[in-house]
Design a protein around this ligand. Structure first.
Ligand SMILES: [Mn+2]
Length: 491
């Protein structure tokens, strides 16, 4: 969905979830400002049993002039109701009738969605989605400092101070925003109430350890997600704890905060595994939401402990270079003749400049050199390649690569808060020799440390592929199920 599709309507109400947090309010404010710019006069509101009273929320709305209202009744049925940071009819949002409904959310929506929706569960905040949707309408949030500050703070609060960031678009909101620093400092220090500190104390007393797999699970009373993160950061420092999950009930089910300090357990994978996909982050820290639908009547402590055990028990670890892959039953595949993208680095940035290449799978810091090229694969994945290796492996071609990437790779200049996308500079090339591999579809979870990275693994899920080089069975790696058919066909 594009924001411009909302302009068809005139009488528009934007609704945040009950007990709105900074992310919901910031996202609603973003949509509100867009509609105002386009001559509409929308209502921004939330409902539910209680008015928001937390100090940070009051400071945020007052200082940023966010015209959000608490209303448990509407005097008429709006032509369009837009729910932000929540989905219509879900239990954390009071239900109002409306002629049309639109949903903008970053949680997995397990119910029915209206035609007008933009749901991206792999984003750490709804504010990051709204920023991208505004960019799609050629609006740079930096042209409105109050909005920029609100969105930045929304992401900050939803990702436990940026430590549980999930997506490249979250990084963009963090790195490229010109926000009000004084206000952000004030907000950061107005978040916790004294009663929440007691919750943290009690939680530490209720910690449950599992000695067999070295993990801890900690139930807490309902509290701010940042308290969860704070408790997580303490628990993971205990000598016998390799990974931990701290959780508390919220309106949608259970909110979790996850930590890991072992390279065989990536906190992001673990959060996704526990929540059935409604979570993420990075190797050491992550978070997520367990929906009450998947939880059912199960006791949450039991549910999480069982998932932690099955995660540890059911996934095996393979180390390329040290082990031989068992290739029995594998089939032979050949690489398709795809047009790939490439660009010599110094054609887009001056020699010796330090930059960050940002792609869906993460940030890559680089120094520009004449000897270095960038390659962009069919899914938008970016990797550097030495000029000599490139010339031996690929042949430039007149066609341009097809670029339907979920997140177009870009070059970030953190210092100046600017970026440029790679797309316009990309040229096309094809592999000089189409190599053959052996591969098999996975039926269980597997973690593979590849030859070129011994510190972090690739997580293969059922349906993904384990690929092995034909001439070297110690060189193997994982190819995701959505990418594999784009890259290979069976011989
Ligand atoms: Mn949110």
């Amino acid at each position: 969905m594009k924001l411009r599709e909302l302009l068809e309507f005139n009488d528009i109400a934007i609704q945040c979830h009950n007990y709105p947090d900074a992310d919901a309010i910031a996202s609603g404010f973003g949509v509100y400002e867009y509609l105002r710019r386009n001559g509409k006069n929308p209502l921004l509101f939330y409902a539910g049993p209680q008015k928001a009273q937390k100090a940070n929320i009051v400071i945020m709305t007052e200082n940023l002039d966010i015209p959000i209202r608490y209303m448990t009744e509407l005097d008429h049925t709006p032509e369009l109701l837009v729910t932000v940071d929540c989905a219509y009819k879900e239990r954390n949002v009071q239900k109002f009738s409306a002629d049309n409904v639109a949903v903008i959310d970053h949680h997995i929506c397990r119910g029915e969605l209206p035609d007008l929706h933009e749901v991206r569960p792999d984003y750490g905040s709804c504010a990051s989605i709204v920023r991208q949707m505004l960019l799609d309408e050629d609006i740079d949030i930096n042209s409105n400092e109050k909005l920029a500050t609100a969105l930045y703070y929304g992401l900050y609060m939803d990702t436990n101070g940026f430590s549980e960031i999930r997506h490249a678009a979250d990084n963009d909101l963090r790195d490229l925003t010109r926000y009000d620093e004084t206000l952000i400092t004030l907000l950061k220090n107005s978040n916790l109430s004294s009663s929440e500190m007691l919750i943290a104390g009690n939680a530490l007393r209720n910690c449950k350890y599992n000695n067999e797999y070295g993990f801890a699970v900690v139930p807490t009373e309902p509290c701010d997600p940042n308290i969860l993160g704070f408790i997580s950061d303490l628990i993971i420092q205990v000598d016998s704890v390799g990974s931990s999950v701290v959780f508390c009930p919220n309106a949608l089910g259970m909110k979790i905060s996850v930590r890991s300090c072992r390279k065989e357990t990536n906190a992001s994978d673990l959060a996704k595994y526990i929540t059935d996909g409604d979570g993420g982050g990075h190797a050491l820290k992550s978070g997520g939401q367990i929906s009450s639908i998947i939880l059912g009547d199960t006791d949450p402590l039991k549910f999480i402990t069982e998932r932690m055990i099955s995660y540890n028990r059911d996934s095996s670890v393979m180390r390329a270079g040290d082990e031989h892959a068992d290739t029995t039953g594998m089939r032979t595949y050949i690489k398709k003749d795809n047009v790939l993208g490439y660009v010599p680095l110094t054609e887009i940035i001056p020699e010796n400049t330090d930059v960050i290449i940002r792609a869906l799978e993460g940030d890559l810091p680089l120094k520009a050199s004449e000897k270095l090229y960038l390659m962009v694969g069919v899914a938008g994945e970016v990797y550097p390649i030495e000029k000599e290796v490139f010339e031996a492996t690929y042949i430039p071609c007149p066609e341009k690569p097809v670029q339907d990437y979920e997140y177009p790779p870009s070059i970030i200049d953190k210092e100046n808060k600017t970026f440029q996308t790679l797309s316009r500079s990309l040229k096309g090339c094809r592999a000089a020799k189409r190599s053959e591999i052996l591969a098999v579809e996975l039926t269980k979870y597997i973690k593979v440390f590849t030859k070129w990275d011994k510190t972090s693994y690739f997580y293969g899920e059922p349906g993904d592929y384990l690929a092995v080089r034909k001439d070297d069975d110690t060189d193997f790696y994982i190819i995701r199920k959505d990418i594999f058919p784009k890259l290979y066909c069976e011989v």
